[in-house]
Ligand binder design. Structure first.
Ligand code: SF4
Ligand code: SF4
Length: 124
């Protein structure tokens, strides 16, 4: 069982517009994101289909939010997806992760940036 909370979550993939420079799509020579799963936002940016709407859900997201999910283009996902951290990843807080989870009725992840290891202990 993985410690990564994302496999049982997926909330961020169904909360935000997931946009990125269009050159990340395979419509560009160096791009890898399947352009069939994207749509144009403006001259320079594209986004994942399904995320540019009032109740977003990325078309590449498989499974049930809060239960079990998988990104069907994990190896080809955008830099936006790769750079999004879960709350507590690498010892950093992620208010966006917490907000996405809350919007989907999921409990906050138990990471405290002022964690107990930072509280000085009194030597006996
Ligand atoms: S909302 Fe947070 S825990 Fe959930 S999938 Fe996104 S990064 Fe992972
Ligand atoms: S491409 Fe994958 S990681 Fe990115 S929003 Fe869609 S399902 Fe989530």
């Amino acid at each position: 069982m993985s410690d990564v909370p994302c496999l049982n979550c997926g909330a961020c993939c169904a909360t935000f517009r997931v946009s990125f420079y269009w050159g990340e799509t395979d419509a560009a020579p160096e791009g890898i994101i399947p352009s069939l799963l994207t749509e144009q936002v403006n001259l320079h940016y594209s986004c994942m289909q399904g995320t540019n709407q009032p109740s977003p859900r990325c078309v590449a997201l498989l499974g049930s939010i809060g239960e079990g999910v998988r990104c069907s283009i994990y190896e080809k996902r955008s830099s936006t997806c790769r750079d999004f951290s879960y709350h507590g990843e690498n010892g950093q807080s992620s208010p966006a992760c917490q907000r996405a989870r809350a919007l989907h009725g999921l409990p906050p992840l138990p990471f405290d940036p002022q964690g107990p290891e930072l509280i000085p202990t009194i030597a006996a």
